[in-house]
Design a protein around this ligand. Structure first.
Ligand code: MN
Ligand code: MN
Length: 281
C-alpha cells in the first residue's frame, strides 16, 4: 500500500507534493477542492510498486507538504499562495508536484518554474483546450489557463494531448501554433524528440481520461483515453527532465464509487515514479 501522508516534510526529499485545494473558478460542477484529500485517502489502497515502470515508491525520494490554506473567494491571493509554495520548492531544489484543485492552480506553478527554467516546455494532457482569451469576461479561469501560460512561455513551447473540446477560436489558435498532438505511437515519438533535453512541466488535467473510467470531474467530456494509453505516455516521460508537474480536476464527490479517486492516486504514483529518474534513494 502507498500512503504518502506518512512522508513528512522533515525528511530530505527530491520531489515535494503540495495540495492546492482550490476550485474558485470552475465553470460547471464544483468540487475539485476536495481532490487532494481524496487522492491521499485512495493512495492507501494502491501498491507502491509499478509493474510497468519497474519502480517502487519505497525507493524514491519525495515528501508530502500537505494542503495549502487558500482563501477560496480571492483568486489572486490563492494563486499567490501557490506561487510562494512552488518558489519554496525551487529555492530548496526540489521538484514541485501540485495536486489540484482546478486547472487554474497550474498557472502560478508554471510561472514560477519558467522563471527558473527559461527554456521550459509545457506538456498538457486534457480534454479541453483551456485556450480561451477569457471565460465570461474573466481571464483568470480554468478555461483560460493555457492561454495565460502561452502569453509568457510562447504557444510554440506548448504541446497538448487528448484535447477534444474547445471553441472555434481556440482550435484556430491551436492549429496556427501547432500545439495539438496525439497519443499515437509515432506522435509520442515525435513529442519526445521535440522536447529533446529541454526541461518539462507536465500538467495532467485528469478529465483527459474517458468519463467511463473517470466520472469524478467537473467537466466530463466523452471520447477520452484509457489507463493503458496514459501508461504508455508516462513511461516515455521517464526519459525527459521533468522539473515540475501537477494532477488536477479530480472532483471526488461526483463519483460515489470512488473509482475516480483511485485512478487519480494511481496516476500520481506513476507520475512520481516517472519523474524520479536520477532521484533514487
Ligand atoms: Mn484543463
Ligand atoms: Mn479539462
Amino acid at each position: 500500500m502507498f500512503d504518502f501522508t506518512d512522508r513528512k516534510m522533515t525528511e530530505k526529499h527530491a520531489i515535494r507534493i503540495i495540495g492546492a485545494p482550490f476550485d474558485g473558478t470552475v465553470s460547471f460542477r464544483p468540487g475539485a477542492r476536495f481532490g487532494p484529500a481524496a487522492i491521499r485517502a485512495a493512495s492507501d489502497g494502491i501498491e507502491t510498486y509499478s509493474p510497468i515502470l519497474g519502480l517502487d515508491l519505497e525507493s524514491i525520494s519525495y515528501s508530502d507538504s500537505g494542503d495549502l490554506e487558500l482563501p477560496m473567494g480571492c483568486v489572486e491571493r490563492s494563486l499567490g499562495v501557490i506561487r510562494e509554495a512552488v518558489d519554496d520548492c525551487l529555492v530548496d531544489s526540489v521538484i514541485p508536484f501540485l495536486l489540484g484543485g482546478e486547472h487554474l492552480v497550474s498557472l502560478p506553478a508554471i510561472e514560477a518554474v519558467y522563471e527558473k527554467y527559461p527554456d521550459l516546455v509545457v506538456i498538457q494532457l486534457d480534454a479541453h483546450a483551456d485556450q480561451r482569451e477569457d471565460y465570461l469576461g474573466v481571464k483568470l479561469s480554468h478555461a483560460c489557463v493555457m492561454r495565460r501560460v502561452g502569453e509568457f512561455l510562447g504557444q510554440e513551447n506548448i504541446q497538448q494531448l487528448g484535447i477534444r473540446s474547445g471553441t472555434r477560436d481556440e482550435y484556430q489558435l491551436m492549429h496556427e501554433n501547432g500545439t495539438l498532438t496525439t497519443f499515437l505511437t509515432a506522435d509520442l515519438d515525435d513529442l519526445i524528440a521535440w522536447i529533446g533535453d529541454r526541461p518539462v512541466y507536465l500538467t495532467v488535467d485528469l478529465d483527459v481520461f474517458d468519463p467511463a473510467s473517470f466520472p469524478g470531474t467537473g467537466t466530463p467530456e466523452p471520447g477520452g483515453i484509457d489507463w493503458w494509453t496514459f501508461q504508455r505516455f508516462i513511461k516515455l516521460m521517464q526519459g525527459c527532465e521533468v522539473v515540475g508537474l501537477d494532477a488536477v480536476e479530480l472532483a471526488p464527490k461526483l463519483d460515489t464509487s470512488d473509482c475516480s479517486s483511485v485512478l487519480a492516486a494511481k496516476c500520481v504514483r506513476e507520475m512520481l515514479l516517472a519523474v524520479s529518474v536520477g532521484q533514487h534513494l
